[in-house]
Design a protein around this ligand. Structure first.
Ligand code: PPS
Length: 286
């Protein structure tokens, strides 16, 4: 009997399009190519924003691709059965997305020169974003209240497990030539500079008007209106028909509108304990 998750190696995963057998198949058999571009993140870190930016960088600001192909087909989720099938035998460079923690990830990535971008976001905002998303979703255990979800998040009993373990695992790749850590907060604060940093990492050069088009077409407002990127195509199947929206607020610091003083203190204490030995420049938020 499902408890709202599919479990693999002690980590909870969504119930739609995931099975333990499939997860094992991906882990053991997926082969990365040097030309691949991999977007990695804990859920609700701004993954789709980054995919939109990457799509637009590679199409030199031309919005045709992002306006005609659903975001999950442009950069499929490797761990889903649907995504894996479309990626496995795809010719040429591939955009690939994943939320899987490092210890369950296909080992072939560590031998390849694929460009890997790890997106990090204030876990307090991830928690709030996740709460509002899972209550309108039909593929992950639904919390009954923010208080309950707060507890689950701290214990790591949420989709893809503990945020703390996820970042500890993936940020251990810091310093590798083909690995870039980017934060939602820096993307928010100065999107132009963050996109330029991405271009440099990817070896891409954009003309000024192409860069302007990337910025315009990946903005929150434009993405919210783009049905290929705003997940309205999945309404009635994976998402509730009428409630809420995938592109919810798109801001930094929204947690301050939801955490009680006591929750903020508890979170601070746990954050301190669990990240004290990690480079503090990884966490560019207040
Ligand atoms: S998922 O379900 O894990 O793939 O979600 P993910 O894409 O990682 O994160 C969703 C949050 O990212 C916000 N978002 C954006 N913010 C700013 N600008 C743009 N263009 C943008 N696109 C998506 C989205 O609104 C979710 O955050 P919240 O805080 O809920 O608004």
């Amino acid at each position: 009997m499902s408890d709202g998750f599919v479990w693999f190696e002690g980590i909870p995963f969504p119930v739609v399009d995931f099975t333990p057998e499939h997860m094992r198949e991906v882990q053991e058999n997926f082969v990365f190519k040097d030309e691949d571009v991999l977007t990695l993140s804990f859920p609700k870190s701004g993954t789709n924003w980054l995919i939109e930016i990457l799509s637009l960088i590679f199409s030199k600001g031309d919005p045709k691709w992002v306006q005609s192909v659903p975001i999950w087909e442009r950069s499929p989720w490797l761990e889903t059965m649907y995504g894996y099938k479309s990626l496995k035998d795809k010719e040429g460079p591939r955009f690939i997305t994943s939320h899987v923690p490092i210890h369950l990830f296909p080992k072939s990535v560590f031998k390849s020169k694929a460009k890997v971008i790890y997106l990090i976001r204030n876990p307090r905002d991830i928690l709030v974003s996740g709460y509002f998303f899972w209550i309108i979703s039909n593929f992950v255990k639904k919390p009954e209240s923010l208080e309950q979800y707060f507890e689950w998040f701290i214990q790591g009993n949420v989709a893809f497990g503990s945020w703390f373990d996820h970042i500890r695992g993936w940020t251990s790749m810091k310093g590798k030539e083909n690995f870039l850590i980017l934060s939602y907060e820096e993307l928010k604060q100065d999107t132009r500079s963050a996109v330029q940093k991405l271009c440099q990492f990817l070896g891409k050069k954009l003309e000024p008007e192409e860069l302007n088009s990337v910025l315009k077409n990946s903005s929150f407002q434009v993405m919210k209106e783009n049905k290929m990127s705003n997940y309205t195509l999945l309404r009635g199947w994976l998402l509730d028909q009428n409630n809420g929206s995938f592109l919810r607020k798109g801001i930094s610091g929204d947690w301050k509108n939801y955490f009680t003083v006591a929750q903020a203190e508890v979170f601070d204490k746990i954050f301190q304990e669990k990240t004290a030995d990690l480079p503090q420049e990884l966490f560019p938020w207040e």
